[in-house]
Design a protein around this ligand. Structure first.
Ligand code: UD1
Ligand code: MG
Length: 434
């Protein structure tokens, strides 16, 4: 924690290049809005984090407040003062040094920001050298160092050829911002107030600008859906590498998707094509190929191949096989090997769910609960019409439509139409001789 530092995150822009009705900073990377990742990194460095909002401000504020406390929100007057310069006009940082982050840089980490935190310069700006600099502001470097930043839309052909670009993170002495931000103008191609123009204004007064060369892996800006997908690849690599280092076995890791809120414990195996989302917690379990686990817990259990745990499922000592869907259900010591739907249910230890069993939890208006006790054998292709409680030690015959609120312990229950056999029907029907 650095008590000398305030961090301002710019999140007021529309992000029109995303071509989306959703504000840019709300697009997700590994299951969390982009802005979540930069706020998280910022909070590791300081207790004074200011987020500038305007476009879809309620949604942006809500997305941040639902995850973090103690964030200061400032609304930008985008009507009169659009642009990244306009964004910093209303801020009141608590500390002498102000780090400004663009909200569209989800790959940033607290470690990657150390160069800015440690520097004593009046202005530090992040630059990188790119083979393809398109989209970024170009950094004009003269004999006496950094001179100015020119935005792509304002650049001459010569300036467009510059491959040093502004990564979009800066640290300023608070007094520098106080002096130069009010002097910004919007006399440019986008008719916006550019924060980047502070560089040229300060330089003209003889203030030295420290360039800090940074890596694209942490400082990449997301402006389009292609950038979003590329940033996701980088974030997924980090998440998978972290968990493999913690002892998780992954087969073909590049095919596995794991969201930022997922936690593993003990030795787990994750096979190719698995997708693990939300705040899932996986303990000493095996997720087989192409299974999906959403906001669920698995303890000493296995699922798949091609199993699906929908939100609020809890598996302990349980086997869930292929094409089984579980939703909002607690399975404790259960086997459900094939082709089932178990929703809004509780199932007890030693119970076997046969192939094709379905909990009919929805009556067209409301959802109802199914409770299945211990050591119950539910025969294949049974439909349990909820609400229904099956007590311990029950057998349900295959093909049963179980329309009963309660089945008492110890019984066999089955509904089965009488078998009809019509001799020689096949031969008559197709006009063949027997
Ligand atoms: C900006 C920089 C550019 C740099 C690039 C790095 C400026 C003028 N240009 O360009 O030099 O290479 O980042 O990624 O700063 N925002 C506001 N209010 C606004 C406009 C934007 O808060 O009125 C926020 C956005 O929500 C976004 C960030 O500022 O998080 C950057 O805005 P964006 O429009 O993406 O700027 P770039 O064109 O990428
Ligand atoms: Mg940008």
């Amino acid at each position: 924690m650095n008590q000398e530092l305030s961090i301002v995150i710019l999140a007021a822009g529309k992000g029109s290049r995303m071509k989306s009705p959703k504000a840019k900073v709300l697009h997700t990377i590994s299951g969390k809005p982009m802005i979540y990742h930069s706020v998280k990194a910022a909070l590791e460095l300081t207790d004074d984090v200011i987020v500038v909002v305007a476009h879809q401000k309620e949604a942006v504020t809500e997305a941040i407040s639902s995850e973090f406390d103690n964030i200061t929100f400032i609304e930008q007057d985008t009507e009169n003062f659009p642009g990244t310069g306009g964004a910093v006009m209303g801020i009141e940082p608590r500390y002498e040094k102000v780090l400004v982050l663009n909200g569209d840089m989800p790959l940033i980490t607290a470690d990657a920001l150390h160069g800015f935190v440690e520097s004593k310069s009046n202005i530090v700006m992040s630059i990188f050298n790119l083979v393809d600099p398109s989209g970024y502001g170009r950094v004009v470097i003269g004999r006496h160092g950094v001179e100015r930043i020119v935005e792509q839309k304002d650049a001459t052909q010569e300036e467009l050829a510059i491959t040093y670009v502004n990564a979009g993170i800066y640290s300023f002495k608070r007094s520098v911002l106080e002096k130069y931000v009010p002097r910004l103008s919007s006399d440019n191609a986008q008719k916006e107030y550019y924060l980047t123009d502070v560089i040229a204004l300060a330089k003209a007064d003889g203030i030295n600008i420290e360039p800090l060369e940074v890596d694209e892996e942490h400082f990449k800006g997301v402006n389009s859906k292609l950038d979003l997908a590329n940033a996701e690849e980088i974030m997924q690599d980090r998440i998978r590498n972290r968990w493999m280092n913690e002892g998780i076995i992954m087969q073909l890791p590049h095919t596995i998707y794991i969201e930022a809120g997922v936690e593993f414990e003990g030795e787990c195996i994750v096979e190719n094509g698995a997708r693990i989302c939300g705040n899932s917690r996986i303990v000493s379990s095996h997720i087989k190929a192409h299974s999906v686990v959403e906001d669920s817990t698995m303890v000493n259990s296995d699922i798949g191949p091609m199993g699906h745990l929908r939100p609020l499922s809890h598996l302990t000592d349980t086997h869930v096989g292929n094409f089984v869907e579980v939703k909002k259900a607690t399975l404790d010591g259960v086997k459900a090997g094939h082709l089932s739907y178990i929703g809004d249910a509780e199932v007890g230890r030693g119970t076997n769910i046969g192939a094709g069993v379905i909990t009919c939890n929805y009556d067209g208006i409301r959802k109802h609960k199914t409770v299945i006790g211990k050591n119950v054998f539910v025969g294949s292709d049974t439909q349990i019409i909820a609400p229904c409680t099956i007590e311990d030690d029950v057998m349900v015959g295959a093909g049963t439509t179980l329309a009963s609120d309660r089945v008492k312990s110890g019984v066999l229950v089955l509904s089965r139409p009488k078998l009809k056999v019509i001799e020689n029907f096949f031969y008559k029907f197709f006009g063949k001789e027997n």
